[in-house]
Ligand binder design. Structure first.
Ligand code: ADP
Length: 209
């Protein structure tokens, strides 16, 4: 059997002296979607951040293994880990705006991602950015600043930025909990459509109602 895309085994983390995850394990195959649910405070975001090795100061992984695309993420040198964050794993968060720079248009941020991570020249990146915005239902809005978008539109823009490098895995950490119910349903449909279309694996984190 081929190795799964993501395999977490017996992961333990702590914040200072407080243990938060005590033996978390999961496996996700390429192109597969997995929903991770649990009450607020149960450590779902901690797991997502641990995968990217982005735990906040004071947070530490104390035991366990995280394998992604055949590599042991916990043993990767910083340069290779940056490459995983840039092109291997995309992430969107509960609040889309902090992942977008407020003083630059969403289009220029998407174009930059396409130039840096896909190596496209400016005209190609501009065409690809327009295509992405069409895909996520934001046609014609490349010139907007994040503050000029609604919460749902900002999350669609963040989704385009996360998926544009062509990651193998998208981690979506409560991507709709700041949105109204209608917008929430449309964003979840969009994530499901894009998952099928791009064959990206998705780890969707949601909290129990
Ligand atoms: P969830 O995503 O399931 O709501 P979190 O991973 O955010 O859970 O939090 C799990 C636990 O870790 C909570 O008790 C939370 O208070 C604690 N925690 C989260 N971030 C920090 C931090 N930066 N410092 C200390 N404790 C934290």
């Amino acid at each position: 059997m081929p190795e799964p895309l993501l395999h977490i085994s017996d992961l333990h983390t702590r914040y200072g002296a407080t243990p938060v995850l005590r033996g978390a394990s999961l496996s996700l195959a390429s192109g597969e979607a997995l929903a991770l649910t649990g009450p607020s405070g149960s450590g779902k975001s901690t797991l997502a951040l641990a995968i990217l090795r982005l735990l906040p100061p004071g947070g530490a992984i104390t035991h366990g293994a995280i394998r992604f695309g055949g590599a042991n993420l916990l043993g990767l040198p910083p340069g290779q880990m940056n490459r995983v964050r840039g092109t291997g794993i995309g992430m969107i968060f509960q609040q889309p705006r902090p992942s977008l720079t407020p003083v630059r248009t969403v289009g220029s941020q998407l174009i930059e991602v396409l130039r840096v991570h896909r190596g496209l020249d400016r005209p190609a990146a501009q065409r690809e950015a327009a295509a992405w915005f069409e895909r996520v239902g934001l046609s014609g809005l490349l010139d907007r600043y994040p503050g000029e978008l609604s919460g749902g539109q900002a999350q669609r823009a963040a989704l385009a930025v996360a998926l544009a490098p062509g990651p193998d895995l998208l981690i979506a950490d409560e991507p709709t909990s700041s949105l109204d119910t209608d917008t929430e349903a449309r964003i979840l449909d969009l994530i499901a459509d894009l998952q099928r279309e791009t064959a990206t694996a998705v780890l969707l984190i949601t909290h129990d109602a």
